[in-house]
Design a protein around this ligand. Structure first.
Ligand code: AP5
Length: 215
């Protein structure tokens, strides 16, 4: 079952994608994670990507579509969670074509709704384990032992360069201008399922589970 987690920065897409991987054995394809890997490669492309991401703008459609196409090849498991992709109508059209080739169309688009104030609080308090990718928050989900990942024990916990108020303003602007039209696009296709993303992590997970069990 292929699904999209759609929502503004900090809505909880990555957090819920990790739950689905754990519980349903699905594969998470996060273009944000792929681009962060590209930027740390130190190539000329990686440096250009880093500048765009730090400003809070979207990377070109061509780059992210190529990344997704590469990763989708040979994917035949329990389904893919598209996390942070598509983000423009051009990306949505490209995804439709790619999935038509695999014969595994989209089953559902989960729209995670969270207001701007909560998004800024979530993003500015976030930190992530550099080794296993577990996501934490200063107030709502701190590590049990300060400075140590609950899952893998790593002490390499990091904050993202773009998780600051200025970049966040731009990221929200990009979301409302370029990504939110996808809400209408998927509604028209009968695939859209809104979820109240302001609930606790467990409440949001339960809402997503109910949707996926029903489609
Ligand atoms: P990306 O990495 O995709 O970032 P994003 O969309 O901005 O989303 P985030 O990762 O910030 O948030 P999330 O929704 O995953 O929230 P999380 O679960 O971490 O993209 C980064 C950049 O890459 C973009 O700006 C762009 O430049 C580029 N890019 C990526 N994809 C692209 C594409 N397709 N096209 C073009 N450019 C692209 O949660 C956030 C925090 O809240 C955490 O601390 C978490 O613990 C906490 N939290 C989660 N759920 C809850 C809850 N229910 N209650 C309380 N706290 C919660």
């Amino acid at each position: 079952m292929n699904i999209i987690l759609l929502g503004p920065p900090g809505a909880g897409k990555g957090t819920q994608a990790r739950k689905l991987v754990e519980k349903r054995g699905m594969v998470q394809l996060s273009t944000g994670d792929m681009l962060r890997a590209a930027r740390s490669s130190g190539t000329a492309m990686g440096k250009r990507v880093a500048e765009v991401m730090d400003r809070g703008e979207l990377v070109t459609d061509e780059i992210v579509i190529d990344l997704i196409e590469e990763r989708l090849e040979g994917e035949t498991g329990a389904g893919v969670i598209f996390d942070g992709f598509p983000r423009t109508l051009a990306q949505a059209d490209a995804l439709e074509e790619l999935l038509a080739r695999t014969g595994q169309p989209l089953k559902a688009v989960i729209e995670m709704r969270v207001d701007d104030e909560a998004l800024v609080r979530r993003v500015t308090g976030r930190y992530t384990c550099a080794d296993c990718g577990e996501v934490y928050h200063d107030e709502t989900r701190p590590t049990k032992t300060p400075g140590k990942c609950d899952v893998c024990g790593s002490t390499d916990l990091r904050r993202r360069e773009d998780d600051n108020a200025e970049s966040m303003r731009q990221r929200l602007m990009e979301y409302y201008k370029k990504t939110s039209p996808l809400i209408g696009y998927y509604h028209a296709k009968g695939l859209l399922h809104p979820v109240d993303g302001l609930g606790s992590v467990d409440e949001v997970e339960a809402a997503i589970t109910a949707i996926l069990d029903a489609v």
